[in-house]
Design a protein around this ligand. Sequence first.
Ligand SMILES: [Zn+2]
Length: 158
Amino acid sequence: MKTEEQNQCPEFPHFGAIYPDARCIDGYLWDLDKFEDGKLYGGGEDPCPFCNTEEYIENHLDKDSDPPVTRERILEYIQKLRDRYDTPNKPNMNAENQVPRRIRLDLNTPAELAIYNAMQEVEKVGADVRLTDCVIMLSKAKDLLSDYVDEKLKGEES
Ligand SMILES: [Zn+2]
Protein backbone atom coordinates (compact mmCIF):
# COMPACT_ATOMS: atom_id res chain seq x y z
CA MET A 1 0.00 0.00 0.00
CA LYS A 2 2.94 2.31 0.54
CA THR A 3 3.58 2.77 -3.18
CA GLU A 4 -0.01 3.76 -3.77
CA GLU A 5 0.19 6.43 -1.11
CA GLN A 6 3.29 7.90 -2.73
CA ASN A 7 1.52 8.12 -6.06
CA GLN A 8 -1.27 10.15 -4.55
CA CYS A 9 0.80 13.31 -4.26
CA PRO A 10 -0.20 15.68 -7.06
CA GLU A 11 2.35 16.77 -9.64
CA PHE A 12 2.73 20.54 -9.69
CA PRO A 13 5.01 23.30 -11.04
CA HIS A 14 8.08 23.48 -8.82
CA PHE A 15 11.25 23.56 -10.92
CA GLY A 16 10.40 26.73 -12.83
CA ALA A 17 7.99 25.42 -15.47
CA ILE A 18 4.45 26.72 -15.83
CA TYR A 19 3.13 23.16 -16.08
CA PRO A 20 3.42 20.52 -13.34
CA ASP A 21 7.08 19.52 -13.50
CA ALA A 22 7.61 17.93 -10.08
CA ARG A 23 6.83 14.42 -8.97
CA CYS A 24 7.02 13.18 -5.40
CA ILE A 25 9.02 10.03 -4.77
CA ASP A 26 9.32 8.95 -1.14
CA GLY A 27 8.57 12.43 0.13
CA TYR A 28 11.01 14.33 -2.11
CA LEU A 29 10.44 16.14 -5.39
CA TRP A 30 12.02 15.13 -8.69
CA ASP A 31 12.21 17.22 -11.85
CA LEU A 32 10.07 15.61 -14.55
CA ASP A 33 11.98 17.54 -17.21
CA LYS A 34 15.18 15.76 -16.24
CA PHE A 35 14.43 12.31 -17.51
CA GLU A 36 16.96 10.13 -19.26
CA ASP A 37 17.46 6.41 -19.82
CA GLY A 38 14.16 5.63 -18.18
CA LYS A 39 14.76 7.47 -14.96
CA LEU A 40 14.63 10.87 -13.33
CA TYR A 41 18.07 12.31 -12.63
CA GLY A 42 17.31 15.80 -11.28
CA GLY A 43 15.92 16.63 -7.87
CA GLY A 44 15.41 14.48 -4.81
CA GLU A 45 16.34 17.22 -2.37
CA ASP A 46 13.25 19.36 -1.96
CA PRO A 47 10.67 17.91 0.43
CA CYS A 48 7.17 17.27 -0.93
CA PRO A 49 4.63 19.78 0.44
CA PHE A 50 1.86 17.19 0.51
CA CYS A 51 3.33 14.18 2.32
CA ASN A 52 6.47 15.72 3.80
CA THR A 53 4.72 18.87 4.99
CA GLU A 54 6.73 19.49 8.17
CA GLU A 55 10.08 19.44 6.40
CA TYR A 56 8.66 21.54 3.57
CA ILE A 57 7.47 24.17 6.06
CA GLU A 58 10.81 24.15 7.87
CA ASN A 59 12.63 24.77 4.58
CA HIS A 60 10.39 27.63 3.57
CA LEU A 61 9.84 29.50 6.84
CA ASP A 62 11.33 32.98 6.55
CA LYS A 63 10.42 35.38 9.31
CA ASP A 64 12.88 38.03 8.09
CA SER A 65 11.40 38.45 4.67
CA ASP A 66 8.81 41.10 3.91
CA PRO A 67 6.05 40.05 4.27
CA PRO A 68 7.28 37.24 6.55
CA VAL A 69 6.74 33.69 5.32
CA THR A 70 4.86 32.13 8.19
CA ARG A 71 3.68 28.60 8.78
CA GLU A 72 0.13 29.77 8.02
CA ARG A 73 1.11 31.25 4.67
CA ILE A 74 2.97 28.10 3.67
CA LEU A 75 -0.01 25.94 4.65
CA GLU A 76 -2.27 28.24 2.64
CA TYR A 77 0.03 27.84 -0.34
CA ILE A 78 0.04 24.05 0.01
CA GLN A 79 -3.75 24.08 0.12
CA LYS A 80 -3.78 26.18 -3.04
CA LEU A 81 -1.50 23.70 -4.75
CA ARG A 82 -3.72 20.85 -3.62
CA ASP A 83 -6.86 22.60 -4.88
CA ARG A 84 -5.30 23.24 -8.24
CA TYR A 85 -3.31 20.13 -8.98
CA ASP A 86 -4.81 17.31 -6.97
CA THR A 87 -6.75 15.20 -9.41
CA PRO A 88 -8.23 12.30 -7.47
CA ASN A 89 -8.62 9.07 -9.39
CA LYS A 90 -12.07 9.44 -10.78
CA PRO A 91 -12.62 6.74 -13.39
CA ASN A 92 -15.20 8.76 -15.29
CA MET A 93 -12.97 11.77 -15.54
CA ASN A 94 -11.61 12.17 -19.04
CA ALA A 95 -8.03 13.16 -19.68
CA GLU A 96 -9.04 16.61 -20.87
CA ASN A 97 -10.66 17.51 -17.57
CA GLN A 98 -7.53 16.63 -15.64
CA VAL A 99 -5.51 19.34 -17.30
CA PRO A 100 -6.03 22.68 -15.54
CA ARG A 101 -7.42 25.35 -17.85
CA ARG A 102 -4.38 27.59 -17.45
CA ILE A 103 -2.10 24.93 -18.92
CA ARG A 104 -4.34 24.42 -21.96
CA LEU A 105 -3.19 27.17 -24.31
CA ASP A 106 -6.38 26.79 -26.34
CA LEU A 107 -8.36 27.80 -23.23
CA ASN A 108 -6.06 30.65 -22.24
CA THR A 109 -7.31 34.22 -22.45
CA PRO A 110 -5.45 36.70 -24.75
CA ALA A 111 -3.84 38.30 -21.69
CA GLU A 112 -2.57 34.93 -20.43
CA LEU A 113 -1.26 34.10 -23.90
CA ALA A 114 0.54 37.42 -24.08
CA ILE A 115 2.50 36.60 -20.92
CA TYR A 116 3.10 33.06 -22.17
CA ASN A 117 4.48 34.43 -25.43
CA ALA A 118 6.69 36.83 -23.52
CA MET A 119 8.12 33.85 -21.63
CA GLN A 120 8.82 32.05 -24.91
CA GLU A 121 10.53 35.12 -26.30
CA VAL A 122 12.70 35.59 -23.21
CA GLU A 123 13.71 31.92 -23.38
CA LYS A 124 14.84 32.47 -26.97
CA VAL A 125 17.17 35.29 -25.91
CA GLY A 126 19.64 32.85 -24.41
CA ALA A 127 20.75 31.05 -21.28
CA ASP A 128 21.49 33.25 -18.33
CA VAL A 129 20.45 33.18 -14.72
CA ARG A 130 18.83 36.61 -15.13
CA LEU A 131 16.76 35.34 -18.01
CA THR A 132 15.67 32.33 -15.97
CA ASP A 133 14.63 34.66 -13.17
CA CYS A 134 12.74 36.72 -15.69
CA VAL A 135 10.85 33.67 -16.96
CA ILE A 136 10.02 32.59 -13.40
CA MET A 137 8.68 36.08 -12.62
CA LEU A 138 6.60 36.06 -15.78
CA SER A 139 5.34 32.63 -14.84
CA LYS A 140 4.29 34.02 -11.45
CA ALA A 141 2.59 36.92 -13.17
CA LYS A 142 0.72 34.52 -15.42
CA ASP A 143 -0.33 32.48 -12.40
CA LEU A 144 -1.74 35.55 -10.69
CA LEU A 145 -3.64 36.43 -13.82
CA SER A 146 -4.89 32.85 -14.16
CA ASP A 147 -6.03 32.89 -10.54
CA TYR A 148 -8.11 35.92 -11.38
CA VAL A 149 -9.48 34.42 -14.60
CA ASP A 150 -10.30 31.12 -12.88
CA GLU A 151 -12.11 32.99 -10.13
CA LYS A 152 -14.18 34.90 -12.68
CA LEU A 153 -15.01 31.70 -14.55
CA LYS A 154 -16.05 30.03 -11.31
CA GLY A 155 -18.29 32.97 -10.53
CA GLU A 156 -19.97 32.68 -13.91
CA GLU A 157 -20.63 28.97 -13.44
CA SER A 158 -22.50 29.30 -10.18
ZN1 LIG B 1 4.61 13.50 -1.54
